[in-house]
Design a protein around this ligand. Structure first.
Ligand SMILES: Cc1cc2nc3c(=O)[nH]c(=O)nc-3n(C[C@H](O)[C@H](O)[C@H](O)COP(=O)(O)OP(=O)(O)OC[C@H]3O[C@@H](n4cnc5c(N)ncnc54)[C@H](O)[C@@H]3O)c2cc1C
Ligand SMILES: NC(=O)c1ccc[n+]([C@@H]2O[C@H](COP(=O)([O-])OP(=O)(O)OC[C@H]3O[C@@H](n4cnc5c(N)ncnc54)[C@H](O)[C@@H]3O)[C@@H](O)[C@H]2O)c1
Length: 474
C-alpha cells in the first residue's frame, strides 16, 4: 500500500490547495470525474458567465431602443457560442491534469475515494494511506423527486449537462428559483427561447433581502413566465417528442406544461456519502454536510474539509478562502489559522444582476438590531440618467450607533462590481461617514449610486424619532 503525507480528494479547490509549499511532501490527489478541475471551471461559475455575456449583449437590444439606437437581434448561434466556450475551457482542464500528472511530488488517482479506516482510502482496487486527508468533494445537482423516462434523458438536464446541448431549444421549462434558475432563465430568454420558470415556493432568490427578491421577480417576470408554488408531479414524453410536465399547486390544482428542454435547477447536494465517512469517524449532518470548525478541521484531527462539501456557502470564492486556510493548517497543524466567514458576498449574474453582502432587513428586525436604511435609485444619479435606468436600486443598512454597514443589497447593472467597495468597507471596518466623504467618487460614474446611498444613510438618521429610520430616496 502506497503511503502519502497528504491525500486530497477532489480536483476543484482541492487541486489548488497543493501549491509549491507542498513540494517536499508526497501528495495523492483523487478525482472520480473524467473531467479534471471540478465544478467552477467545467460546469459552474466560468462557463455560465461565458454564456451570460453573450446573453447580456442579446438582451441589450431592447435597452438600446429606449435610448434611440435601433439594433436588431437576429439570432444566437448556440453551437458557435458553446464551442467557443468549451474550446477554451476543455483545454484548460486537460492542461491542468497533464501539469498535475507531471508534478514530481503529486500522484493523481482516477477513481472514487472512500475511507477504509481513518488513515486509509480505497480507490477501486487501490489502497492508499496518508498522514493527513483533505475532503474537497464539492456538490452535485439534486435529482428530481419524480421519475424521468429514459427516452427523455437528452431533454431533461441539469447545469452539469445543459451547457453542452446541440441546439437552442424553442421552449424551456426551468424548475427552481435560485441562482442557477435565475442565470439560465436570462441566458435562454435572451437568446430567444420561450422560458417558463416553475418554483416550489413563492419567492425567487430566497435568502435575499425581501425587497430585492420581489423586485427581481417583477423584472424577470417581464421576460420569463414565472409560476410559483408549484411542484412537478409527472414528466412524460409526448408523441411529438416534447416533454409534458404536470405540476401541482398547494391546493392540489394541476397544470400542464410542454417543453423542448427541461432544466432541473432545484438545488444541490453535497458529495459526502460515497466517502463512507463512518469508516473514518467523521461527523456529517443528515443532509450530507461534513462538519468542520473554523480551521476547516473535522472532528478527526488529521482530516480537513473545504468547499461545497462542508461549507455553509456554495460559492467558489468561499471554497477558495477555505482552501487557503486548509492549506496553511495541513502544513502547520499546531499553528492553525481560521477562515473569516463574517462578510461573505454573492452575486447572481442574471438580468438584472443582484449582489449582496451582510444582513437583510428581515434578519435585523428578527435579531432586534437597531438599524438605519437608505435606498438609492440608479435612475437618480448622473450615470443612471444616461442609462435611462428604471427600477434598479441600492439598499444599504447601517448601525447608527457606530455607523458601520450591516448589509448591502444591489439590483441593477454591474451590481456584482458595485458591491465590492461595500464588502471592503465591512471587511476593513470603515465607517459610513469615512467611506462616503473620506474619498473621491468619480463623477459621473455609476459608483455614485453607492456614494449617494451612503449619504442617504446619514440623512436618514433622526435620533429619537423612529426605531428604524429609513431614507426613501425613491
Ligand atoms: C451552474 C453553476 C454556476 C455557479 N456559478 C458560481 C459563481 O458565479 N460564483 C461562485 O462563487 N460560485 C458559483 N458556483 C458555485 C461553485 O461552482 C462551487 O461553490 C465551487 O465550484 C465548489 O468547489 P469545490 O472545490 O468545493 O467542489 P468542486 O469544484 O465540485 O470539486 C469537487 C470534486 O470532487 C470530486 N469528487 C467528489 N466525490 C469524490 C470522491 N468520493 N472521490 C474522488 N473525487 C470525488 C468531484 O468529481 C469534483 O471534481 C456555481 C455553481 C454552479 C453549479
Ligand atoms: N452566481 C453564483 O454565485 C452562483 C450561480 C449558480 C449557483 N451558485 C451556487 O449554487 C447553489 C445552488 O444553486 P441552485 O439554484 O441549484 O439552488 P438554490 O438552493 O439556490 O435554489 C433552489 C431553488 O429550487 C426550488 N425548488 C426546490 N425543489 C423544487 C421543486 N421540486 N420544484 C420546483 N422548485 C424547487 C427552491 O425553492 C429554490 O428556489 C447556490 O445556492 C449558489 O450557492 C452560485
Amino acid at each position: 500500500m502506497q503511503h502519502f503525507d497528504v491525500a486530497v480528494i477532489g480536483s476543484g479547490s482541492g487541486n489548488s490547495l497543493i501549491d509549491e509549499r507542498f513540494q517536499d511532501l508526497q501528495v495523492a490527489l483523487v478525482e472520480r470525474d473524467e473531467t479534471f478541475g471540478g465544478t467552477c471551471l467545467n460546469r459552474g461559475c466560468i462557463p455560465t458567465k461565458m454564456f451570460v455575456i453573450p446573453a447580456d449583449l442579446a438582451a441589450s437590444v431592447s435597452e438600446a431602443r429606449r435610448l434611440g439606437v435601433d439594433l436588431e437581434f437576429k439570432r444566437a448561434d448556440w453551437p458557435a457560442i458553446r464551442d467557443r466556450i468549451f474550446g477554451r475551457i476543455d483545454p484548460i482542464s486537460a492542461g491542468g491534469l497533464d501539469w498535475r500528472e507531471r508534478s514530481q511530488n503529486v500522484t493523481v488517482f482516477h477513481g472514487e475515494a472512500r475511507f477504509v479506516d481513518p488513515h486509509t482510502l480505497a480507490i477501486g482496487e487501490d489502497r492508499i494511506s496518508a498522514d493527513q486527508i483533505v475532503l474537497a468533494t464539492g456538490s452535485r445537482p439534486r435529482p428530481l423527486a419524480v421519475d424521468v423516462p429514459e427516452s427523455l434523458a437528452d431533454r431533461v438536464h441539469t447545469s452539469d449537462t445543459v451547457m453542452r446541448i446541440d441546439e437552442l431549444p424553442r421552449r424551456v421549462v426551468i424548475l427552481g428559483g435560485g441562482f442557477v434558475a435565475a442565470e439560465f432563465a436570462h441566458v435562454f430568454a435572451s437568446f430567444g427561447s420561450e422560458v417558463t420558470l416553475i418554483n416550489r415556493s413563492d419567492v425567487l432568490l430566497r435568502g435575499q433581502d425581501h425587497e430585492i427578491s420581489t423586485a427581481f421577480a417583477e423584472a424577470l417576470g417581464r421576460r420569463v413566465n414565472i409560476r410559483l408554488n408549484q411542484v412537478v408531479s409527472t414528466i412524460e414524453e409526448e408523441e411529438d417528442g416534447s416533454v409534458h410536465l404536470i405540476t401541482v399547486d398547494r391546493n392540489g390544482v394541476e397544470y400542464d406544461y410542454f417543453a423542448d428542454l427541461v432544466l432541473n435547477a432545484t438545488g444541490r447536494i453535497r458529495n459526502s456519502e460515497a466517502l463512507d465517512l463512518a469508516a473514518a469517524g467523521v461527523d456529517v449532518r443528515p443532509d450530507g454536510q461534513v462538519m468542520v470548525d473554523s480551521t476547516q478541521r473535522t472532528n478527526v484531527a488529521h482530516i480537513w474539509a473545504l468547499g461545497d462539501v462542508s461549507s455553509d456557502h456554495l460559492l467558489k470564492h468561499v471554497a477558495n478562502a477555505e482552501m487557503r486556510t486548509a492549506a496553511h493548517n495541513v502544513l502547520n497543524p499546531d499553528d492553525t489559522i481560521q477562515t473569516d466567514h463574517r462578510y461573505v458576498p454573492h452575486a447572481v449574474f442574471s438580468e438584472p444582476q443582484v449582489a449582496a453582502v451582510g444582513a437583510t432587513e428581515q434578519q435585523l428586525r428578527d435579531w432586534g438590531i437597531p438599524h438605519v436604511i437608505a435606498r438609492q435609485r440608479f435612475g437618480d444619479v448622473a450615470y443612471g440618467w444616461a442609462l435611462e435606468d428604471q427600477g434598479h436600486f441600492v439598499k444599504l443598512i447601517a448601525d447608527p450607533r457606530n455607523w458601520r454597514l450591516l448589509g448591502a443589497h444591489i439590483m441593477g447593472p454591474q451590481a456584482s462590481t458595485l458591491i465590492q467597495p461595500l464588502i471592503q468597507a465591512m471587511s476593513f471596518d470603515l465607517s459610513v461617514p469615512d467611506m462616503s466623504r473620506g474619498q473621491y467618487w468619480i463623477h459621473p460614474a455609476l459608483p455614485e449610486v453607492v456614494e449617494n446611498a451612503l449619504l442617504g444613510l446619514l440623512a436618514a438618521y433622526q435620533p429619537d424619532e423612529i426605531e428604524h429610520p429609513q431614507a426613501e430616496n425613491f
